[in-house]
Design a binder for this molecule. Structure first.
Ligand code: APR
Length: 234
């Protein structure tokens, strides 16, 4: 653990599970309750805007009922204390990393607490509900705001920055993700290609476990604090 300088950490829904937020592919997860093609595609938004807006309004409202857990807190501590390079790339759209204090963070799949204007393309902090009618603060367009969520078929945010950080990383850590969705699922292979050591912290083996040098199985609220202690002790 002592010869690492630049760390890239990928997080997925599993890091927020112990805070009480549903994951996607658990047997009772979000994609067991809703079809992706009805909720999380540009076509779904065009076909049934109220259904899509309401789905994300409900998930945004649920954020008020949950708190960051020990895994989010541990990553925020590592962010504060790690002297080298560090970037948390989260697939999650919740705000639990921020609320735990993480700063070197990007949301590649967007954020529940942000809106995207289909008129001017502007992104802005957003709370409350979109279903009741909204106006874009930048262009004044009415009912042009959509959830600032990257839908299937759309390009994730900040891919150039992620690629740059993977290229310079000497440690890549994946936490709480099933490795089911690209491009995030391919980051471990890029990291290995660039010479990084790769570690997976997950409740169960993921779709990409075989790509990692090391895979630790267990709840994030235990594995992540343990790993952060190791890193800061090195
Ligand atoms: N601790 C650690 N890992 C956990 C925990 C936990 N307490 N609970 C669940 N997990 C693991 C599961 O074993 C699973 O591998 O978290 C992973 C969650 O996988 P998914 O539900 O597929 O979520 P995620 O990997 O984030 O999905 C990726 O898919 O639908 C899209 O845009 C959506 O960002 C999402 C992307």
């Amino acid at each position: 653990m002592s010869d690492f300088r630049n760390i890239v950490i990928l997080t997925g829904a599993g890091i927020s599970a112990e805070s009480g937020l549903e994951t996607f592919r658990a047997s009772d997860g979000l994609w067991a309750q809703h079809r992706i093609e009805d909720i999380c595609t540009p076509e779904a938004l065009a076909r049934n805007r109220p259904l899509v807006l309401d789905f994300y309004d409900q998930r945004r409202a649920a954020l008020d009922t949950v708190q960051p857990n020990a895994a989010h807190e541990a990553l925020a501590r590592l962010d504060r204390e790690w002297q080298g390079g560090l970037l948390i790339v989260t697939q999650n759209v919740d705000d639990l990393h921020e609320r735990a204090g993480a700063k070197r963070l990007l949301h590649m799949h967007g954020e529940l607490m942000s809106s995207l204007c289909e008129g001017c393309g502007g992104r802005a902090p957003f709370g409350g509900a979109m279903l009741d009618g909204t106006q874009c603060g930048a262009c004044g367009g009415a009912d042009l705001l959509r959830p600032d969520i990257v839908f299937f078929g759309e390009m994730p945010y900040e891919m150039d920055r992620i690629e740059r950080e993977l290229r310079r990383a000497d440690l890549f850590v994946s936490i709480g993700t099933s490795g089911a969705v690209y491009p995030a699922a391919g980051f471990v292979q890029s990291a290995r290609h660039y010479g990084a050591r790769t570690i997976e912290l997950n409740l169960e083996p993921s779709g990409g476990s075989h790509f990692f040098h090391e895979s630790r199985l267990g709840p994030a609220s235990r594995l992540v604090p343990e790993w952060v202690e190791e890193m800061l002790a090195s």
